[in-house]
Write a protein that binds this ligand. Structure first.
Ligand code: C2O
Ligand code: CU
Length: 507
């Protein structure tokens, strides 16, 4: 049930044989080391970045958009109002929709409290490095009161989203979907719904910074007695996630910004075919998603097409996206996002006819049916990377734990003040293999910026992949987007604790 590519002996040897790396891969020692021996790295706005960008398809059209980040009271439905940070006072923020090859010109206006810096990261988009929104790696953080305009080509169709890349702002309300339409869309469907999932506490039960402070005090503090655990979640168990499901307790799980008792109603008609674009914008929660009374056909993950696969439910880690097709029945159906291992749900309702909605915590039987996960999908033929020998192989060991809250990569907690201290290096033109080795007792959604890797020899193309505890997931990609990119756990709290690394192109 919780199989991971590369984790079973048969699958793994097949993968290695397919890549021709058994004994032949070049094992690059990790990074450049310290001080004098630092490797020369491509600069985020250097000539190599411009040259790679020049090869992108472009339509010549520009989409101008204004993103004003500011504190705001946001209505979550059911009488719940959260005092949070949001774009234009709503969460999720307004969807940004472009066509492949369009230029996005997005002006971020930081109207957050004094001395709060921010940025926008375009999650999953293989864009030019200096527009990736990761201060201080790809730009200077945008100070409060200041503006910054992101200008980039979005040339791969798919389902993406955007969010800040500063501290724990990912776990506030500053996110919105980004849909890149395919001018030659091969799927046919009647309706399309973007469905954004999020675990919510900001401005209701505390702030992400308070949560992090509690997590850092750690489990040690618990034993001292009298230390109340407000946010830390113990004993969240999920077989699908290989054990411990999460660290944080959330009072609400939102679907398109609404609590389950007062859900969004998606209206259509019986027999119509709908494309659902599902995005997990959560900080610490994987969702198992099902539409009561329906099976789904999985068509894409992380923007890229897969061989169509039928499923009753889907498992979506933080930062992952899935597109599915469903043919609607007649009635009222709950679209339920079960917070995996956390015994709570978020939901929307699909209405095509008459009938009463089920109770807010209803769990459709489909949740217990066949669950699609990234590890069970195959890349569609037209996006599968041809197998070839890896020119460079890096072991990316996920380390640390809940006890000291010292989540790290290769035993090293990432230092945002010295991001290039120990980079994972690649050279443009190389085929790169990364072995994500999870030595921790918990699952991690591992996200690489600027690239869409492939899981194993014929698995899906993805930019965020779930790595179960004790397992190894091998991914590969062609190094064709020069710059300095983050590779990190998309659990907001693990990332902040240091489970990040810099993947940098050698100059
Ligand atoms: Cu959603 Cu570093 O990204
Ligand atoms: Cu993690």
């Amino acid at each position: 049930m919780s199989e991971t590519p590369g984790s079973t002996p048969g699958r793994r040897s097949f993968l290695l044989a397919g890549l021709g790396v058994a004994g032949a891969g070049v094992l690059a020692a990790c990074g450049g080391g310290s001080g004098a021996g630092r490797p020369a790295l491509v600069s985020p706005s250097g000539a190599a970045v411009g040259a790679a960008d020049g090869k992108r398809n472009r339509t010549g059209r520009t989409h101008e958009v204004s993103l004003v980040a500011a504190p705001a009271p946001v209505e979550l439905g059911g009488g719940v109002t959260a005092g949070t940070w949001a774009f234009a006072g709503r969460t999720p923020g307004e969807e940004l929709r472009v066509s492949a090859g369009d230029l996005v010109a997005a002006t971020l206006s930081n109207r957050l409290p004094d001395r709060t810096t921010t940025s926008v990261h375009w999650h999953g988009i293989a864009l030019r490095n200096d527009m990736d929104g990761v201060p201080p790696v790809t730009q200077t953080a945008v100070a409060s009161g200041q503006d910054f305009t992101y200008r980039f080509l979005a040339d791969a169709p798919g389902t993406y989203f955007f969010h800040p890349h500063v501290g724990l702002q990912l776990d506030r309300g500053l996110y919105a979907p980004l849909i890149v339409e395919d001018p030659n869309e091969p799927l046919s469907y009647d309706d399309e719904w973007v469905v954004v999932l999020d675990d919510w506490l900001d401005g209701v039960a505390g702030t992400p910074d308070e949560v992090y402070a509690e997590l850092k005090r750690g489990m040690g503090a618990m034993h001292g007695g009298g230390m109340a655990m407000k946010h830390m979640l113990m004993g969240a168990e999920s077989p699908l996630l290989g054990g411990d499901a999460g660290d944080v307790r959330y009072p609400y799980h939102l679907v398109n910004g609404r609590v389950p008792g007062d859900p969004q109603v998606l209206r259509s008609a019986p027999g119509r075919r709908v494309r659902l674009r599902l995005v997990n914008a959560g900080g610490d929660t994987a969702y198992r998603v099902a539409l009561g009374g329906h099976r789904m056909t999985v068509t894409h993950t992380d923007g890229f097409p897969v061989r169509h696969q039928e499923a009753d439910a889907l498992l979506i880690g933080m930062g992952e996206r899935y597109d599915v097709l469903v043919t609607l029945g007649d009635g009222v159906f709950p679209l339920v996002a079960l917070a995996e291992g956390k015994n709570a749900v978020g939901r929307a309702l699909v209405r095509t006819g008459s009938g009463a909605a089920p109770v807010a915590d209803f769990r459709p039987g489909e949740l217990e049916g066949a669950v699609a996960t990234g590890s069970r999908l195959k890349a569609a033929d037209d996006v599968r990377l041809p197998s070839g020998k890896a020119d460079r192989v890096h072991r990316v060991e996920l380390t640390g734990g809940m006890m000291a809250y010292d989540w790290a990569i290769n035993g090293e907690r990432f230092d945002m003040d010295d991001p290039a201290r120990r980079p994972i290096t690649v050279a443009e033109g190389q085929r790169v293999r990364l072995d994500f080795v999870n030595s921790t007792g918990m699952w991690h959604p591992v996200h690489l910026h600027g690239h869409t890797y492939q899981l194993g020899a014929d698995g899906p193309r993805k930019d965020t992949a779930i790595v179960l505890p004790g397992r190894t997931v091998s991914v590969f990609f062609d190094a064709d987007n020069p710059g300095r990119w983050l590779l990190h756990c998309h659990n907001a709290y693990h990332g902040e604790a240091g489970m990040m690394a810099l993947l940098a192109y050698e100059d």
